[in-house]
Write a protein that binds this ligand. Structure first.
Ligand code: SAH
Length: 241
């Protein structure tokens, strides 16, 4: 694979990938989609995401398989897209930014709240993390699970459940990502974060400005909060559907 030298980190990331440590899972892919995906990853790197593991993972996941068929030509544009059930998949830059914020690496145990299409879970899995993802709408949980199996992703458990409860049987998690916005970060999720762990979440009401917030829990259990970016996400809901 030839990558222009002005993208040294991406080139290093792709070289890393060629080592075959992680699954190559662009099934249903073709050269045109592959080229657009590489352009997307270069744009994300230019926009400031520099973590090589994150960039490499973004380069392997066929986003066009996670959006509605009518939108597949736009799958590698930097925009959110509908995934059915009034929900949306985030724009690729935000997916990469949030992934990088968790400092993913092989062997970490990660909880995602809001499976949606399964795209973010797939990106996390491609960094080598073991992913547990919870979705409150059964139809989305079922279709995401089937899609991830069909595309050959491993190391992802999908549960139909309420993310406010986390996944107590598996906790504590090294990292937690919310992809729907609560008004405040649920205390139960902070509790399920391991010492030394990182949690990233959009926070704010539906009609308010939301902020992307990072929580870092230190070894003694103290939590530090940093605001990273203004964002817009669908609201986190209560009640299984
Ligand atoms: N991460 C997804 C996009 C998420 S959209 C992707 O990559 O495609 C936000 C998702 O959060 C929606 O699917 C929505 O149904 C789900 N959601 C909302 N409230 C939730 C809750 N309390 N628990 C689990 N999932 C929730």
């Amino acid at each position: 694979m030839i990558v222009p030298s002005r993208f040294p980190i991406l080139a290093a990331a792709l070289a890393f990938l060629e080592t075959g440590v992680f699954a190559r899972v662009a099934s249903g892919d073709d050269a045109a989609f592959g080229a657009r995906r590489m352009a997307m990853v270069r744009a994300i790197e230019e926009a400031g995401v520099r973590d090589s593991i994150t960039l490499a993972a973004m380069g392997t996941v066929p986003r066009h398989e996670f959006v509605l068929a009518r939108d597949s030509a736009r799958a590698y544009d930097d925009e959110p897209l509908p995934i059915g059930q009034d929900q949306t998949i985030s724009q690729p830059y935000i997916v990469a930014f949030m992934t990088q914020a968790l400092r993913p690496r092989p062997g970490l145990k990660v909880l995602e709240v809001g499976t949606g299409s399964g795209y973010q879970a797939a990106v996390l899995a491609q960094t080598g993390c073991k992913v547990y993802t919870v979705e409150i709408i059964r139809a989305l949980a079922d279709s995401a699970r089937a899609r991830l199996v069909r595309l050959g992703f491993t190391g992802i458990e999908v549960r139909h459940g309420d993310g406010y409860q986390g996944w107590p049987e598996v906790a504590p998690f090294d990292a937690i990502m919310l992809t729907a916005a609560p008004e405040q970060i649920p205390q139960e999720l902070v509790r399920q974060l391991a010492p030394g762990g990182r949690l990233v979440a959009p926070v704010g009401g539906q009609h308010q400005a939301q902020k992307l917030v990072l929580l870092e829990k230190d070894r003694s259990g103290r939590v530090r909060r940093t605001v990273l970016l203004p964002v817009w996400f669908v609201p986190m809901q209560r009640g299984l559907r």
